[in-house]
Write a protein of this length. Structure first.
Length: 318
């Protein structure tokens, strides 16, 4: 049995649970810490009989110690607009207190550390596409600030531990990711559209639909995380798909994949919603040899069974 041991905070979440699968596939022993505020045990149910896997229900805003670890992957945080609008203060706490506690574990055991940051650090960007060197255009007191500023502070703490405590740190800035295990009521574009299309409801487009996003399928995203974790790069790295789509084009692709006859309706754009969001992944290509391989239509088709099943399960509960 492998002696490599990793702790994943937020491991019951969408990305965290996929990361656990990938680490186990690379012969790691994995300990998950999650308070299940937005994570779900169902995302890890397939691992319950895996001897190299351990789940601990724990709020990492309180100090923790799970024994000797070789890597700390800090992924704990509400991440969807619906979640962080409800849980704004816990979002700020896990980005600050939780980050200190995760870094203290890495420091204590001389472990490497990778933190999930976000493209939200760029705010409503004035530079397009966004390079890692761009400082962003963020409203620090707006409705999205609980998430944006939590992640910006997370990056600052991470760099401080590198400078002052010599912790080997990595920072990944994640762009729109989608795939199985997303929450149906996530509030983000893909689950919203998939849910509405499969129910035969109108697809809600905010604004005129010409604002853009870049959508990265989850397996590509996780591959980027793993490559970064094995690299020596400590400055932020964008991991996302540089292929840009308008929100309207995404809606039309969802209708094609699901075969839905739903119409598209338009609602006002929410405050501080970015008009453009697209990564410059030159750094990831050059340093990690990474770029996404799965296009939007293919990724949506790979996600279809999951969304259909999740909707059936939701309907049976109701």
């Amino acid at each position: 049995m492998s002696s490599k041991r990793a702790v994943v905070t937020g491991g019951a979440g969408f990305l965290g649970s996929h990361l656990c699968d990938a680490l186990l596939a690379e012969d790691w022993n994995v300990v998950v810490l999650d308070n299940l505020l937005t994570g779900r045990r169902a995302n890890l149910a397939h691992l319950q009989h895996e001897p190299r896997f351990e789940f601990v229900e724990k709020d990492i805003c309180e100090p923790f110690d799970v024994g000797k670890v070789d890597y700390v992957f800090h992924f704990a945080s509400p991440a969807s607009p619906v979640d962080y609008s409800i849980h704004g203060i816990p979002t700020l706490k896990v980005g600050s207190l939780g980050t200190f506690n995760a870094l203290d574990v890495a420091h204590k055991y001389n472990a490497k550390y990778l933190v999930s940051s976000t493209s939200e650090c760029y705010g409503d960007p004035l530079e397009h596409p966004q390079k890692e060197t761009y400082w962003g255009n963020v409203n620090s007191i707006g409705p999205r600030s609980v998430y944006d500023e939590a992640k910006r502070f997370t990056e600052a703490v991470t760099m401080a531990y590198r400078r002052y405590h010599k912790v080997e740190t990595r920072i990944v800035r994640i762009f729109n990711t989608y795939g199985p295990r997303m929450q149906l009521n996530d509030g983000r574009v893909v689950p919203n559209f998939m849910k509405q299309a499969l129910r035969g409801e109108p697809l809600t487009v905010y604004g005129d639909g010409n604002q853009t996003r870049s959508f990265c399928y989850v397996s590509d995203e996780i591959d980027g995380f793993l490559r970064l974790s094995k690299s020596d790069e400590f400055m932020p790295v964008n991991i996302g798909n540089p292929k840009e789509f308008t929100i309207l084009e995404c809606a039309q692709t969802v209708l094609k994949v699901t075969g839905s006859k739903s119409e598209i309706i338009y609602e006002p754009l929410p405050p501080d919603d970015p008009k453009q969001r697209c990564p410059d992944i030159t750094k990831a290509r050059q340093l990690l040899g990474w770029e996404p391989r799965i296009d939007l239509e293919t990724g949506l088709r790979k996600s279809l069974d999951y969304f259909q099943t999740a909707l059936t399960q939701e309907a049976s509960i109701k």
